[in-house]
Design a protein around this ligand. Structure first.
Ligand code: NDP
Length: 315
C-alpha cells in the first residue's frame, strides 16, 4: 500500500514543496493539514500534484480545539498514519506587540511548538498502530535556534532561560509572552519556538523510540529565502535576503530542493536513524548535524515537555 503522511502547513513554501516531491513518487497519500482549505487546494493544483495522491484536511494550529478536531477527522477517515511532519510555522519579526492563539498563548510558540506538541503527542498512538515498516515523526527545526552557528548568533538569540514565561502560560497577562519571561520580541519568539521543536524531537526519541521503533528526527533544510515565512518582514529585507543568502552566506536553497530534502527525511531508507538533526552540505549530501548546547539540553527538554503538557491539557 501507499504510505500515509500528514504534512502541516502544506499550503506553501517547504510544506508544499515536500508534498509535491512525495506526490510525484506515487508512493504516498499526502494529508495536507492546512488552515486555509481553498489556498491549499489551489496550491496543490498549481504544483501539479495528482489529485488521487493528496487529501486536504483543516488544521489551525492556533487553536487546540482545531487540533483535536483535525485528529478526530483524520481518525474517522480510517486511514493509517505512517509519517507525521510538523512543518507549519509563523514568524513575526516586525511585530511590536504579541498576538495570541485561541487559548491565549503567544502566537509563534503557540503555533510552532504548542499546537504541534498536542498534535504529535496525540498522533503518536496512531503511529504506533500503523504496520508501515518505517514510521517517522519529523519536526522541522532551524539553524536560527542553534546558537552554535553563525546564523544562530544573529541577535536576538534564542534563549529559553529558566522557562518562567512558559510556566506562566505565555499569556502576557499574568507574566510574559516570552518563554524566558523577558520583553516581547517577535524574532526571538520564533527562534525560541524552533529550539522547543528541536528539544521535543529529542524528548520524543528518549521517551518513545525504543518502545515503538518510530524514527524521531528534525532537520535544517537550508535557508529557503523565498518562502512566505518572511512575508511579515520589511520590504527591503524581502528584496535583499534571497541574494544575500545566495551569494554571501551560500546557504540558499530553492523551495523545490528543500522539499526534496524533507521528502528524503520522510521516505529515504537510509535516513531511519532516530534522534538525529539532519542537515545538508554543499554537495547536497545529508549529514547528522550537532545541536547547540541549549537545543540539546536533556533536562530542559524534560521541563519544556512537562510544562507544555500542562498548557495543552495533557497533564
Ligand atoms: P511558509 O510561510 O511558506 O509556510 C508556513 C506554512 O505554515 C504555511 O502553509 C502556513 O499556512 C502554515 N501555517 C502558519 N500558521 C498556521 C496555523 N496557525 N495553522 C496551520 N498552518 C499554519 O514558510 P516556510 O515554508 O519557510 O516554513 C516551513 C518550515 O520551515 C517552518 O517550520 C520554518 O520554521 C522552517 N524553516 C524555514 C526556513 C526558511 O529559510 N524559510 C529555514 C529553516 C526552517 P498559510 O499558507 O495558510 O499561511
Amino acid at each position: 500500500r501507499k504510505g500515509v503522511v500528514v504534512v502541516t502547513g502544506a499550503s506553501s513554501g517547504l510544506g508544499l514543496a515536500t508534498a509535491k516531491a512525495l506526490a510525484e513518487t506515487g508512493k504516498w497519500q499526502i494529508i495536507m493539514a492546512c488552515r486555509d482549505f481553498l489556498k491549499a487546494e489551489k496550491a496543490a493544483k498549481s504544483a501539479g500534484m495528482p489529485k488521487e495522491n493528496y487529501t486536504i484536511m483543516h488544521l489551525d494550529l492556533a487553536s487546540l480545539d482545531s487540533v483535536r478536531q483535525f485528529i478526530a477527522n483524520f481518525r474517522s477517515s480510517g486511514m493509517p498514519l505512517d509519517v507525521l511532519v510538523c512543518n507549519a510555522a509563523v514568524y513575526q519579526p516586525t511585530a511590536s506587540q504579541p498576538s495570541y492563539t485561541a487559548e491565549g498563548f503567544e502566537m509563534s510558540v503557540g503555533v510552532n511548538h504548542l499546537g504541534h506538541f498536542l498534535l504529535a503527542r496525540e498522533l503518536l498512538d496512531d503511529l504506533k498502530k500503523s504496520d508501515y515498516p518505517s514510521k517517522r515523526l519529523i519536526i522541522v527545526g532551524s539553524i536560527t535556534g542553534n546558537t552554535n552557528t553563525l546564523a544562530g548568533n544573529v541577535p536576538p538569540k534564542a534563549n529559553l532561560g529558566d522557562l518562567r514565561g512558559l510556566a506562566g502560560g505565555l499569556s502576557g497577562m499574568n507574566g510574559s509572552a516570552m518563554i524566558d519571561g523577558g520583553e516581547f520580541d517577535g524574532a526571538k519568539a520564533y527562534k525560541d519556538s524552533k529550539v522547543c521543536n528541536m528539544l521535543m524531537m529529542q524528548e520524543f526519541h528518549r521517551r518513545f523510540h525504543e518502545e515503538t521503533g518510530i524514527t524521531f528526527a528534525s532537520l535544517y533544510p537550508g535557508c529557503i529565502a523565498t518562502t512566505g515565512l518572511f512575508r511579515e518582514h520589511i520590504p527591503l529585507f524581502r528584496l535583499l535576503f534571497p541574494p544575500f543568502q545566495k551569494y554571501i552566506t551560500k546557504g540558499f536553497v530553492s523551495e523545490d530542493d528543500a522539499g526534496r530534502r524533507l521528502a528524503q527525511v520522510v521516505s529515504d531508507p537510509s535516513l531511519t536513524k532516530s534522534g538525529v538533526y539532519w542537515s545538508w552540505n554543499k554537495n547536497s549530501a545529508s549529514f547528522e548535524n550537532q545541536l547547540s548546547q541549549e537545543a540539546s539540553d536533556a533536562e530542559k527538554a524534560k521541563r519544556v515537555w512537562e510544562l507544555s503538557e500542562k498548557l495543552v491539557g495533557l497533564a
